[in-house]
Structure formats: C-alpha cells, structure tokens
Design a protein around this ligand. Structure first.
Ligand code: NMX
Ligand code: MLT
Length: 454
C-alpha cells in the first residue's frame, strides 16, 4: 500500500499551490545572498565565545541564521519583521472572527509576504487535501498506556508517520541538492495539516472517555481544532491566537534548535519535528505552561480556594524559591522585559475574562514576582514569559487537563520550526557540528588569558 502522503501528492501534482510557487520565487531570490555571504564574506567575524558561554548553554552566541522570526531582548518577537499586533492586524481574518487564518500565517512565515484572503483560503484548501491522518497513527496512540504523557504520545504519533516521508523517497531515488526543499516542503505541509487532528485525538482519547470527534472539513484549522476538541466558540479564536503566538521564537530555543539540528543531518521532517517536540516537553521550555497551572492550583489549594493577599502570595513565591524550585513562567534566556506574547494573552483576558479569579491571581503574581526575583538575585530576567498567562485561558474555556497544554504549544511551534527546516533545505544549510573542547583545555586557555587564535 502506498503511504498516504504519496497518494495525496499524486492528487495534487497537477495543481501547484500558489504558496509553493511563491516560495520557489522567494528561494530563488534568496539563494544568491546566502552564497555571497559564504563565498565572499565568510571569514568576517561576527561574534566571540567566552568560557561561561561554552559551559553555560551557548547563550547569546550568534551562530544560527533564520529570516522567519527575530527575538529582540527588549522588544520581543517579530515574525517576518512584524510585531505580534502588526501580525494580527495584517493577516486576513476568518469570517466572524477577530483572529487570522492560521493557514494565512503559515503562508506568511513561509514566504515573508502577507497573503491575500484568497491565498490564505488556498492554503486552507491545500491543508484539507492533506489532512487525512493515517489510521495506523491512531493504532500507535491506542497501544500506549493511557497514563502516558500527552507529549510522549504527540511525539510518537509524529514519528510513526515517518514512513510517509516524500523527502526520503526522493532522496533514495536521487535528487539534486537544489531540489531538497521541495519534498521537505511537502512533508512539512502534510505534517502541519495533520497535527490538529492528532492533538485533538490524543485529548479526546486520554481525557474525554475515548470519544474522538470527526474533523469538519468545512472549517479552517483553528475552527476545526476547536470542533475536534469539543469546545464551543470562542475557543476557535483561542486556538488561532494560541497557535500563532507560540509558533516561532527565532532559532536558538530548544525546540527550534533541536528540530534544525536533526534536520541538518538530512533527517526528514518527521524525525526532526519529533525531536523538537521532545525538547519542548522539558520544564524549562514548553512544559512550563503546565507547571504554571499546577503551581497556581497549589496557591489556591493552600489558601482554601480564595485569592491570596499580597503578603500571602509573596510568602508563597519565596517558599517556592527557597525550596530550590523556579517560578514557572518567569525568566527568559533572551528576553529582558515582559514577553509580548504574555501581553497579548493578558489583553485577551482583560477583554473576555476580566473578573476570572485565576486571571486576577496571574495579575497579582505579575505585580509581586519581578521584585522578588530581583531580590532573589539569580534570574537575569525577572519578567513573565508566554507560559505565565497561557494556561489561564485554557482553563477558563474548560481545558483543565494541564498535562495537555504543551501539546497545544507543540501544534503552534510546528508552524515555525517546519517553515524553518524547509528554508534550511532551500538554502543548503550545512550539517550542524560545533567543536567541543575539554575542561583541561579551558583551564589552560584561562591561565593564558585566552586561546591564541592563529
Ligand atoms: N525562578 C527562579 N530562578 C530562576 C528563574 C525563575 N523563574 N529564572 C532563572 N532563574 C535562575 C536560574 O535557574 C539560574 O540559576 P543557577 O545560577 O542556580 O543555575 C539563574 O537564575 C540564571 O538563569 P538565567 O540566565 O536568568 O536564565 P536561563 O537563560 O538559564 O534560563 C529559563 C531561562 C526560562 C529556563 C529560566 O528563566 C527558568 O527556568 N524559568 C522558569 C521556567 C520557565 O518559565 N520556562 C519557560 C520558558 C519559555 N518557554 O516557553 O520556553
Ligand atoms: C520559546 O518560545 O521558544 C521560549 O520562549 C524559549 C526561548 O525562546 O528560548
């Protein structure tokens, strides 16, 4: 039996999507820039590496390239040059909604151009033609113990589809390097089209008595996701907002970097995204949104379900820090101000759930936590990140199974990392292979005042 992606590819072969045609145009225009940089300006120095960066997680070392998003420490993320409010304002909106088509956002991330409504709708149609999840994926999920973490299920489901890879098929047949992007794009689009149903299936199977809801192909990605999750409006808007906000955070974060690293070995998009999702599952990364909710629940539990006073909250924060734990949802490796993704969700809450006690508590934490973190004296950034706010919205709309929150992050993050690895192949980015050194070497170079560069 031919893999599902192959069949879908045949169906579409006569009808190259406008997105793919635009992408090719962009790739052809971009390639000479990369070639010139490497061939003519390749030895120009743009950074240096210190011992603390070497031991300390390569923080801030400029050694990755992406044009899909850029994270400024003060301003926050820009997707393709646009801030979050600019992005939401520019993209075509789903009828009856204030939020854009996720499919239009995919077009935007891939090409850098804001799509027209027709172009966004063409992507939505293209996604629908690719959306059928192979049956065996559900069998894989069903074979796992029900108490398996949903991120493990999500990653395994993605990996299980690896036999569908068109990149592998074309690679084995033999293709030119300049063609790599094409089957990569196909794999990435096939995956993106299927993730909402896979995520919703995990949710309904694990938490809702094994009652999956069939996809409604009339709906856009966000609307269909809300439908398959079983949540009424305005959860469709929550999904659209959430997926777009979580999509991309330049290339150095763990999920983007892991995806890029694995893809750099010419591993296909299934292997690569599964790796990225595994990175997202760590508590210092995407899992923090689940941690925030369980931590907030603890605050309520300890205080008999009522909102704490400022003093009680301060004590709770100090108790958390003094027990050796981090304040989840606070701090960031790059940002040095409140994450604009936090602000965007806060504005949503102010509009739709201003009096919700959990939102009030999140605001109280925002008021006291930065000063406490400053006094604590460790975190370089005392301000909240995206995860400090996101769970509250989910909880309000009935998604209280917080173990699932990182899967939502993962569906959104796939938009960014899949667009990135398509471009990696388009621009022929190399196998990633940094050089390691030994502790003896570091000690020797430290004693000499630095490594002597030839
Ligand atoms: N609470 C307590 N301590 C903190 C916090 C925090 N929220 N943030 C940083 N620190 C500590 C950190 O553990 C480190 O301690 P030590 O020297 O003992 O190892 C010290 O401050 C310096 O860390 P930074 O350089 O400020 O942060 P780094 O770049 O290493 O890590 C995070 C960034 C985001 C991992 C870190 O701020 C953190 O652990 N935050 C809480 C978890 C979280 O919210 N993660 C989500 C990140 C966003 N996302 O979605 O991925
Ligand atoms: C992300 O969205 O990936 C997180 O904020 C972590 C990061 O950027 O390092």
């Amino acid at each position: 039996m031919a893999p599902v992606a192959e069949k879908a590819d045949e169906r579409r072969s006569a009808n190259v999507s406008t997105l793919k045609a635009k992408l090719l145009e962009k790739i052809l225009a971009h390639r000479p820039r990369t070639t010139k940089l490497v061939k003519e300006q390749g030895k120009i120095v743009i950074d240096q590496v210190t011992i603390d960066q070497c031991i300390g997680g390569a923080r801030d070392i400029r050694s990755l390239v992406t044009d899909i998003s850029y994270l400024d420490p003060q301003e926050g993320i820009r997707f393709r040059g646009k801030t979050i409010p600019e992005t939401f304002a520019a993209l075509p909106k789903v009828p009856g909604s204030e939020y854009p088509y996720v499919e239009g956002f995919w077009y935007f991330l891939m090409t850098g151009d804001v799509p027209t409504k027709e172009e966004a709708l063409a992507v939505a149609e293209d996604f629908k033609s690719r959306a059928a999840v192979p049956r065996y994926v559900f069998d894989v999920l069903r074979a796992m113990p029900r108490d398996t973490h949903p991120m493990t299920m999500f990653s395994a489901a993605i990996l299980s589809m690896q036999r569908e890879s068109l990149f592998v098929k074309r690679y084995n047949e033999g293709m030119k390097k300049t063609e790599y992007w094409d089957p990569m794009y196909e794999d990435c689009t096939n995956i993106m089209a299927r993730l909402p149903e896979i995520a919703a299936y995990i949710y309904r199977m694990k938490y809702k008595g094994d009652t999956p809801i069939a996809s409604n192909p009339k709906l856009d990605l966000g609307g269909n996701f809300a439908h398959m999750m079983g949540f009424p409006k305005p959860y469709d808007d929550v999904a659209r907002m959430y997926f777009i906000l979580h999509s991309d955070h330049e290339s150095g974060n763990v999920s983007a970097h892991a995806t890029h690293l694995v893809a750099s070995a010419l591993s296909d998009a299934y292997y690569s995204l599964s790796a990225g999702i595994n990175g997202l599952a760590g508590p210092l990364h995407g899992l923090a949104n689940q941690e925030v909710l369980s931590w907030i629940q603890d605050v309520f539990k300890q205080l008999g379900g009522k909102l704490p006073t400022e003093e009680e909250l301060k004590k709770f924060l100090w108790d958390t820090l003094n027990s050796g734990k981090v304040i989840p949802g606070y701090g960031h490796a790059v940002l040095r101000k409140t994450d604009p993704r936090y602000t965007s969700q806060m504005e949503f809450c102010q509009k739709f759930l201003p009096d919700y006690p959990m939102f009030k508590l999140v605001n109280m934490i925002y008021k006291v936590a930065p000063d406490i973190l400053r006094e604590h004296g460790k975190a370089k950034n005392p301000w909240p990140n995206v995860d400090a706010q996101s769970g509250v919205i989910q909880w309000y709309y009935g998604l209280t199974e917080y173990d699932f929150y990182t899967v939502l992050f993962g569906v959104g993050r796939a938009l960014g990392v899949l667009a990135n690895i398509t471009w990696d192949r388009a621009l022929g980015y190399a196998l990633e292979r940094p050089k390691s050194v030994t502790t003896d070497m570091l000690e020797k170079w430290a004693a000499e005042g630095g490594r002597k560069l030839a």
